[in-house]
Design a protein around this ligand. Structure first.
Ligand code: FAD
Ligand code: FES
Length: 267
């Protein structure tokens, strides 16, 4: 699937609010709808000058394409994302996108299991909201370290999403990792048609392993440091299995969503 032309958007930041800990929710008014698919991302410019030179990628957390509103959920990871956290309402935000191949959707009517680790819930929220709107069945599992590391229940109510939560310290929902919750769900519930996951690499490796062991097709959204984001520099290349050999694919253009069985997690 080829990307449609990426467009530069000068958006108005309507709101930037703290969600929990170091997570921020940005609501942007775009001049034109991006008509993004869940799993696609945008590249945000962080300031007017050349420092930092590179834009930063963020998944689309939600798009209301009728109102032209876009949401990004951002976790502060370093200097660039700290700048995003300090953006104020009324500011103009320069973004490019949408980029990449999203989750295969709606590829089937069967139930999907969406599995998010930490900030990895960002693109899955968009997928869940879309499936919810179209009446496609799904279960949404989200894991975090503790109760305080995840958004409050009210956050999910807006789109009538009721995720099952897992926390490593047991302070909210299931006690354990989200992959342990996934295994528990597969043991006790019906087999889903597909698993979609986003989160840290070791978590994605485990999800792919669980999917493979049970014969459930699994799609994972990978992260890599991006530069050009259009497939030209190969800076985001990631190893994949192909016919007994290893080949490199570009996270920005061939992904970020890939068939979990093909990802070479062990390298
Ligand atoms: C396709 C894609 C979608 C993403 N979606 C989101 C999102 O919805 N919300 C969100 O909060 N973040 C998201 N990220 C991650 C986000 O882009 C990085 O956290 C951000 O670029 C870090 O910039 P920084 O200047 O704050 O940190 P830096 O100072 O550049 O780095 C801080 C630390 O984070 C590590 N790091 C930086 N970028 C990445 C990366 N891409 N992958 C792995 N480690 C990295 C660095 O090695 C370093 O340890 C996404 C990344 C990709 C590739
Ligand atoms: S970031 Fe340049 S090819 Fe992906």
């Amino acid at each position: 699937m080829e990307n449609k032309a990426q467009i530069a958007h000068r958006c108005l930041l309507l709101e930037n609010k703290a969600v929990t800990g170091d997570w921020f929710l940005l609501t942007l008014q775009a001049p034109l709808p991006l008509q993004a698919r869940p799993g696609q991302f945008v590249q945000l410019r962080l300031g007017p000058g050349t420092d930092p030179l590179l834009r930063r990628p963020f998944s689309i957390h939600h798009e209301d394409s009728i109102a032209g509103r876009l949401r990004l959920l951002v976790r502060v990871a370093g200097a660039g994302t700290a700048r995003v956290a300090a953006f104020v309402a009324g500011q103009e935000i320069d973004l490019l996108g949408p980029f990449g191949q999203g989750f295969p959707y709606p590829e089937e009517k069967a139930k999907a299991l969406l599995v998010g680790g930490g900030i990895g819930m960002a693109p899955l929220y968009f997928l869940a909201a879309q499936r919810r709107r179209e009446g496609l069945p799904f279960d949404f599992l989200i894991g975090g370290r503790s109760a305080a590391s995840l958004p409050a229940d009210a956050y999910f109510r807006e789109h009538r999403l009721e995720p099952s939560l897992a926390t490593e310290d047991g302070s909210r929902g299931f006690r354990g990792t989200v992959t342990a919750l996934l295994e528990h769900r597969l043991l006790t519930g019906p087999q889903p048609g597909r698993i979609h996951a986003c989160g840290p690499l070791p978590m994605l490796a485990r999800v792919a392993e669980i999917g493979r062991a049970r014969g459930i097709p699994t799609h994972v959204s990978l992260e890599s440091r991006l530069a050009c984001a259009v497939g030209a520099c190969l800076g985001c290349a990631f190893p994949f299995h192909r016919d007994g050999a290893v080949e490199y694919r570009r996270v920005c253009r061939d992904g970020p969503v890939f068939n979990g069985e093909e990802v070479c997690f062990e390298s």
